[in-house]
Design a protein around this ligand. Structure first.
Ligand SMILES: Nc1ncnc2c1ncn2[C@@H]1O[C@H](COP(=O)(O)OP(=O)(O)OP(=O)(O)O)[C@@H](O)[C@H]1O
Ligand SMILES: N[C@@H](CCO)C(=O)O
Length: 310
């Protein structure tokens, strides 16, 4: 998260007065993440997170709020928007839509081990199972047109060597369609900073604002891109643990197994491109993060090398 919308104590107090959540005792901006503005808020009733939505379209927001309610009702460890005194889940703050969530226990694990990789795999399978019949109306942009859209934003500013890798990879992805793979609701951003653990137990799966209908296996490939390497060096044992955790609940189909190396490459390409967009077109904000795009270039090159010899 970054803080783009700066709010005053008076605004926070006024905002929270619409909720039956007690008296505000203090608040501070959260620096993790990129897309929305988040604040920790302590009240006399407990610990909360206030999210000010910065870029999600107003027409999409109710769908995300309903999805979070559905996931929580299914017993997934996901924060859901708390209702205000009028039973509304969204309110305006500084002319932007905002919502309040209970703060989940736990911390993000920055150096995950096998158990963590296994658990995120298992929870993604659980997410996919519990949303099988959930009609989510938003399509994921994790597909070739989405990659091309991101690439168009940065192509003019890239080094020749990077352009060559990206062009080759886009051509490879175009020639290896994901058609026929099982689809459903995907989280699309199951990065380490969106997952909390208490000890070795997963206690929070956060940030569903990239979710959409897409290829299920992409969720695993995206998780692999963030969880299954050690400082940019692919860790095969962690990849195996991620897959094993997932397959405990949902064994992969033959086509999914065949396309796994292709999807690993797609996920690395996607986050290389999206981080380049953030780096080369930064948004202004009071506290903002810039994450390294290079790690995904490095992963993509390793995946390509491994795929060539597989
Ligand atoms: N309900 C919650 N409980 C505990 N921590 C939370 C909660 N909601 C958000 N956070 C914290 O705030 C951070 C940012 O939240 P979130 O990931 O939703 O923001 P974002 O800007 O949408 O991020 P991203 O760039 O990953 O899309 C999380 O990494 C987590 O540390
Ligand atoms: N998790 C993504 C940002 C998602 O918007 C990244 O680290 O690049």
């Amino acid at each position: 998260m970054s803080v783009y919308s700066v709010v005053s104590p008076a605004q926070i107090n006024a905002f929270f007065s619409h909720y039956p959540l007690g008296r505000v005792l203090g608040f501070s901006g959260i620096t993790d993440g990129i897309d929305n503005t988040n604040y920790w808020v302590s009240t006399s009733e407990g610990e909360f997170v206030l999210t000010v939505f910065e870029s999600i379209s107003v027409s999409d927001l109710p769908h995300f709020m309903a999805l979070l309610g559905h996931l929580a009702a299914q017993g997934l460890p996901c924060p859901y928007p708390l209702p205000d005194r009028q039973a509304q889940h969204l309110r305006l703050l500084n002319h932007k839509h905002a919502a309040v969530f209970r703060r989940c226990p736990g911390r993000a694990v920055l150096k995950p081990g096998m158990t963590h990789c296994r658990q995120i795999g298992w929870h993604l399978a659980r997410l996919h199972q519990h949303t099988q019949d959930y009609g989510f109306p938003i399509a994921s942009n994790h597909d070739l047109p989405g990659y091309l859209h991101l690439f168009a934003k940065v192509a003019g500013q890239l080094a020749v060597a990077d352009l060559a890798v990206i062009h080759e990879e886009l051509a490879f992805q175009a020639a290896n369609s994901h058609a026929g793979l099982p689809t459903g609701l995907i989280h699309a951003d199951p990065f380490r900073d969106n997952v909390l653990f208490v000890g070795d137990k997963l206690s929070g799966l956060l940030d569903f604002y990239s979710a959409g209908k897409g290829v299920l296996l992409l969720d695993l490939a995206i998780a692999a891109a963030d969880w299954c390497h050690d400082d940019g060096i692919v860790n095969g044992a962690k990849l195996a643990a991620l897959l094993a955790g997932y397959e405990t609940l949902r064994p992969l189909h033959t086509l999914e197994r065949r396309l796994w190396p292709t999807l690993l490459r797609a996920a690395a390409l996607r986050f290389w491109l999206s981080r380049l967009v953030h780096q080369l077109h930064p948004r202004s904000g009071a506290i903002t993060q810039n994450k390294d795009p290079g790690v995904f270039r490095q992963l993509l090159c390793q995946y390509r090398q491994a795929h060539r010899y597989s």
